[in-house]
Each structure stands twice: as structure tokens, then as C-alpha cells.
Design a protein around this ligand. Structure first.
Ligand SMILES: N[C@@H](CCC(=O)N[C@@H](CS)C(=O)NCC(=O)O)C(=O)O
Length: 208
């Protein structure tokens, strides 16, 4: 049984969403990132203390997009991961990684500056730079949505799990304004039954 260490609003949602899309059995262990004292069992899984992590038999992994690739490689093939010779593969691969490396990672800078930094540090050069980087990277998402309904083209893939998570993070927690095309795209991806089940299950499970 795969164990997903996560939190209801963390990137573990990407992992649980993929597991639901693939119909794989799993259980969720909640980690309270704001708890003053961390559970040693959690720190033994990820001494770096960031979410998500998975345990699958002897395998322990962190990094949400790497976990998606592991699960699809280990338990696929799945239509969520176009094959390398598929014409959708390049766009798929690009947006799978852009969702985290180009969007969500950079969004964290204005997010933590805006919500967690002391008042005097909130409006800072680094946060403004990161916000500008994200805005320019979002142009790639916008251009793709002018061409096709999904990041890899005509059908839903794991790249949409990656990018949808980032768009929600940016819009809900970092003050990024989404245009009509991105909002329609998010409505399309999050109306999937697997997403709704993932959202419900991300809130369950014993606390770590
Ligand atoms: N690139 C990592 C980012 C992980 C990450 O930043 N996770 C957040 C929660 S969504 C976290 O645990 N932040 C707390 C910290 O890094 O101290 C991934 O995609 O898994």
C-alpha cells in the first residue's frame, strides 16, 4: 500500500490526484507543517521537512513531480503519461515540469513574503522579481490554452495535474489574477471525479 505524507493544501494533492486517476490504492498521513514539535516518524521519512513524500515498499521519495513520474513509470502505462514517440510528449514533459519548477516554486516567494514575512519585509525586491518571473511564465500557459484545451494537447495528462495545482496555488494564496482561459481550464481539470475524490481524501488520515 502506498503511503502519501501530505497536508490538505500541500502539493500532496498532485500525488493523490494522480493516484485517484490511476485507481491505485493508497493511504494518507497528515503532517501539520506548523506544529511546534514534529513527529519523529515524519522526520525519519523526510528530514528536509517538506511535503509531499511517499513510501511504497522500500521506496521513499520526495518532490511531487518526481513522485508523479515514479508512480506512472512503476504502475503504468497510463494515458496520463504520453510515450516518448507520441507527438504530445514534448509539450507534456515541458508543462509537467513548468508547473513546479517554473510556476509553483517561484510563487512561493511572493506567497511567503505576503503572508508570513514581518510587515516591513513584505514588499521586497526578491518577491517582486519572482512575481514578474511567474507572470512571464504564465504566458506559456496562456499561449498553450489558445492552441488546445490541455497542456499536452487534446487530452488530460499529468502535466495538467502539475499546472492546475500551480494555478490554484497562485490564485488562492499568492494573489495572481487568472484570465478567462486559465479559469475555464481550471474548471475543466477540477471537475474531474478523480480530482474531487482527491480533494476529499487529502483532508483525511491520521495526523503525523
Ligand atoms: N518542489 C517541491 C516543493 C515542496 C514544497 O515546497 N512543499 C511545501 C508544501 S506544498 C512545504 O512543505 N513547505 C515547507 C517547507 O519547505 O519548509 C515539490 O514539488 O514537492
Amino acid at each position: 500500500m502506498i503511503t502519501v505524507w501530505g497536508g490538505s493544501t500541500s502539493r500532496s494533492l498532485r500525488v493523490v490526484w494522480l493516484l485517484e486517476e490511476m485507481g491505485l490504492p493508497y493511504r494518507v498521513r497528515q503532517v501539520d507543517m506548523l506544529a511546534p514539535a514534529k513527529d519523529p516518524a515524519w522526520l525519519a521519512v523526510n528530514p528536509g521537512d517538506f511535503l509531499p513524500a511517499i513510501q511504497d515498499g522500500d521506496v521513499t521519495m520526495v518532490e511531487s513531480v518526481a513522485i508523479l513520474e515514479y508512480l506512472m513509470g512503476r504502475y503504468g502505462p497510463t494515458p496520463l503519461q504520453p510515450a516518448p514517440m507520441d507527438s504530445a510528449f514534448a509539450a507534456y514533459q515541458q508543462f509537467l515540469h513548468l508547473g513546479e519548477a517554473g510556476l509553483a516554486t517561484l510563487m512561493m516567494v511572493p506567497l511567503v513574503s505576503g503572508f508570513l514575512a514581518p510587515e516591513a519585509d513584505r514588499d521586497n525586491w526578491g518577491a517582486r522579481w519572482a512575481r514578474d518571473c511567474v507572470e512571464r511564465r504564465l504566458l506559456l500557459v496562456r499561449r498553450q490554452l489558445e492552441r488546445a484545451p490541455y497542456m499536452a494537447g487534446e487530452r488530460f495528462t499529468a502535466a495538467d495535474i502539475s499546472v492546475s495545482y500551480a494555478l490554484r496555488l497562485g490564485a488562492n494564496h499568492a494573489g495572481f489574477a487568472l484570465g478567462d482561459a486559465e479559469q475555464a481550464y481550471l474548471a475543466r481539470t477540477t471537475e474531474r471525479e478523480a480530482y474531487k475524490r482527491a480533494l476529499a481524501r487529502s483532508h483525511e488520515g491520521p495526523a503525523a
